[in-house]
Each structure stands twice: as structure tokens, then as C-alpha cells.
Design a protein around this ligand. Structure first.
Ligand SMILES: O=C(CO)[C@@H](O)[C@H](O)COP(=O)(O)O
Ligand SMILES: [Co+2]
Length: 219
């Protein structure tokens, strides 16, 4: 099976977003990854619903929305209204509200992904592993694009892959941060199903070819 590729729009040219969305539509990308930040959960602010609404009108691919916010549950219905495929919420932000948030994401008709930052043990997702469609593993500290890949992520992906098979879960593993030519093949080998990649794709001379090269990585 080919890797799922989800380009992260954070690295796009925000003055010419339409051009980048058209490129994504033409490309072999499976999803479009959209990073929402609130300046509280992470020390940065990205973009909000006025931008998401505009994107939704021209985008042909499913939206993979990554909430780096303290209260993602406040936006479940609006995210579903956009037509988003999945909502990725951080375990560190949701705490004990997580089971209810997962239920509400499903009721709104979306797939739910539980997301873990680099310092959160992989074991923290075990209680939810049969309830979510995906686990998003951060391979950088969330908040900014263009950071260096944290090598310890490879071991974390192996551990998560083992947990998923032990528990008979169908959850996909997605990885986010510093994914490029030297890291993507090792991540897929370790058991990743889906690769989020921002700078490596959008800063390339030929982003469509880069997306294809990531897709060629077989699971
Ligand atoms: O969620 C985030 C950052 O917080 C990511 O989705 C980044 O946007 C990935 O960018 P690169 O590391 O691939 O440049
Ligand atoms: Co992201």
C-alpha cells in the first residue's frame, strides 16, 4: 500500500493561496493538513475560519484539520460544516474531556484523531486506541513549521504500531513535523500510514513531484 500524503498548508504562500490549493488539487496528495493554533496551547497563531471557509470552496481533497488549541471542542460543529474529513485534537489540551470530545467528533460525522506532542508517552493513547480512527504523532514541538525532526519519533512509531496490533485497533498512524527525504522512508518502515509534510513540499521547485515521491513509499 502507498503512503498517505497530507501536505501542510502552513508552509504555503499565503499571498497566493489559490495557486497552492490548485496545485494540491492537481497533485497526488490524499488530504490537505490544516494547522489551527490559538496562541495559548502553542506560542503561535495561524489562521481561522475565514481562511478555512475560503479554502473549502476550492479544495477537492479531504481536510485533515489539526487543532493546536486549548478547547478544540468549541469548533466541532463548524469544522464538520466545512466538510472536513477528520479532526485531530491534542491529548495534552483535552485531558479528561477527551472521551466526550471523540464522541462529539463522531456524532458530527468526522473521523477522530488523538494527537500526542513529543514529550507525551505513547502509552497515553492506549485507553482511546479502539475509539479513534487515527493517532497523530508530533515529530517536532507543535507551533511552527520548518523545524528539525526529533529522531526519538522513530522508536515511538514502532511502539505505537505494536500497541495498535496488540489491541486489535484499526487506527492509522500519522506523523507531523520535519518529514522529508531523509525521514519519510524510515517513518514508513517504522509503521506510519500517513505523512504530513509542509516545508519539504511547498518550498520545493516542483511540489507535485515531491508529493509523488512521498507517495511512492510503500507501507
Ligand atoms: O503541526 C505542525 C506544526 O505545529 C505541522 O503540521 C507543520 O506545519 C509541519 O511543517 P514541516 O515541519 O513539515 O515544515
Ligand atoms: Co500539523
Amino acid at each position: 500500500m502507498m503512503a498517505i500524503v497530507s501536505p501542510s498548508l502552513l508552509a504555503a504562500d499565503f499571498l497566493h493561496l489559490e495557486k497552492d490549493i490548485e496545485m494540491i488539487n492537481k497533485s497526488g496528495a490524499d488530504w490537505l493538513h490544516l494547522d489551527i493554533m490559538d496562541g495559548m496551547f502553542v506560542p503561535n497563531i495561524s489562521f481561522g475560519f475565514s481562511v478555512l471557509d475560503a479554502i473549502a470552496k476550492v479544495l477537492d481533497k479531504p481536510m485533515d484539520v489539526h487543532y493546536m488549541t486549548m478547547r478544540p471542542e468549541d469548533y466541532i460543529e463548524r469544522t464538520a460544516k466545512l466538510g472536513a474529513k477528520s479532526m485531530n485534537v491534542h491529548i495534552e489540551a483535552c485531558g479528561e474531556r477527551l472521551p466526550d470530545i471523540i464522541r462529539r467528533i463522531h456524532t458530527a460525522g468526522m473521523k477522530a484523531a488523538v494527537t500526542i506532542s513529543p514529550d507525551t508517552p505513547v502509552e497515553a493513547v492506549r485507553p482511546y486506541i479502539n475509539d479513534v480512527e487515527m493517532v497523530l504523532v508530533m515529530s517536532v514541538y507543535p507551533g511552527f513549521g520548518g523545524q528539525k525532526f526529533i529522531e526519538a519519533t522513530i522508536g515511538r512509531i514502532h511502539a505505537l504500531r505494536n500497541m495498535i496490533s496488540e489491541c486489535g485497533s484499526k487506527a492509522l498512524i500519522e506523523v507531523d513535523g520535519g518529514v522529508g527525504a531523509s525521514t519519510a522512508p524510515r517513518l514508513v518502515k517504522a509503521g506510519c500510514d500517513a505523512l504530513v509534510s509542509g516545508s519539504y513540499i511547498f518550498k520545493a521547485d516542483n511540489p507535485i513531484e515531491v508529493i509523488d515521491s512521498l507517495k511512492q513509499l510503500t507501507l
